[in-house]
Design a protein around this ligand. Structure first.
Ligand code: HSE
Length: 308
């Protein structure tokens, strides 16, 4: 039995415009690498973190907290060391904390010969997500663990539905190098939603789910609107309206805030359009002093994967 595993834990886009806290999809061009190692000494220890300055204390680190929750539940007769090679900037809006929280439990599960299924792993990873955002939402974790598009039907009991991924669908992202803490961008949201907006929003969620099932790109376009969250959060993201309007002109099916921001994502039919959309995003921020990165990614239907 293997004593050590190296994994790729991908970035993810939560909310997907209309599905706040329930919809998400998985990217393949950016993610963290992690090494999980079995040890004779019991307990969970974070032994290396590269890329970003994050806490080594197990209880303060999202990967440590999720690992510890799973470890305490299974009580295996070994311990684990975790190395984190962080590529996803914390506070970027593309599931940085959830990639770490999911990677540790996925790796431990593999080394223990898979006692847990993907839903159970998602539930433990949510404990890490709670540390980062003060909310146990699974809309980044589920697509990272299951791959593709996921719908979190309920958190308690946890029920995740994997949705089909139309083959020509590409994501383009721009990540302005400013940090927005998920907890803060949740705190500005109103507790009540006007009924007329709720009606439009649930019609959009239903339509998007149907469109993914039928590969109906026009319906995807019609459904990618967020009347509930975006109006409150977009002021946190410089030039959001300009980016959105320009990428729609460039041919994107839709454009919205990725998770809690500041990243913005667009979905397009075909790689050619996704690359045009990237250029349009690039053009807007190139005129400003804001540093940024862009990515074009096919939807990753595999999720977290073993590298060695
Ligand atoms: N659904 C979450 C939010 C995702 O938008 O606050 C961020 O982690």
């Amino acid at each position: 039995m293997s004593q050590e595993i190296k994994i790729f834990s991908p970035a993810t886009v939560a909310n997907v415009a209309c599905g706040f806290d329930v919809l998400g999809f998985c990217l393949d061009s950016i993610g963290d690498e992690m090494v999980i190692r079995k040890t004779q000494n019991k307990g969970i220890k974070i032994t290396k973190i590269e890329g970003y300055d994050l806490p080594y204390e197990t209880e303060q680190n999202v990967a440590g907290v999720s690992a510890l929750a799973m470890y305490n539940a299974l009580n295996p007769d070994c311990g684990f060391e975790i190395e984190i090679y962080k590529k996803i900037k914390p506070g970027s809006g593309i599931g940085s904390s959830s990639a770490s929280a999911s990677g540790s439990v996925f790796g431990m599960n593999e080394l223990l010969c898979k006692p847990l299924n993907k839903t159970q792993l998602t539930a433990f990873a949510m404990k890490g997500e709670f540390l980062a955002s003060k909310a146990e939402h699974a809309d980044n974790i589920a697509p990272g663990i299951f791959g593709g598009f996921t719908l979190v039907k309920s958190s308690n009991p946890l029920k995740v539905i994997v949705l089909p991924t139309p083959t020509d669908l590409y994501a383009t992202l721009i990540h302005p190098q400013i940090e927005i803490k998920t907890s803060e961008s949740r705190a500005i949201l109103p507790m009540d939603v006007p009924l007329k907006n709720a009606i439009l929003q649930w019609a959009n969620v239903g339509s998007l789910v149907h469109a993914l099932h039928t590969s109906d790109y026009e319906l995807i376009k019609d459904a990618l609107h967020d009347l509930v969250i975006e109006p409150h959060r977009k002021q946190l993201i410089p030039y959001f309206d300009t980016i959105k309007s320009d990428v729609l002109k460039a041919g994107a099916l839709g454009c919205a805030i990725s998770g809690s921001g500041p990243s913005i994502f667009a979905l397009s039919k075909g790689q050619e359009t996704a690359l045009k959309v990237e250029k349009a995003m690039d053009k807007v921020y190139s005129k400003t002093d804001i540093k940024f990165q862009t990515y074009v990614s096919k939807i990753n239907t595999e999720g977290i994967k073993i590298l060695s």
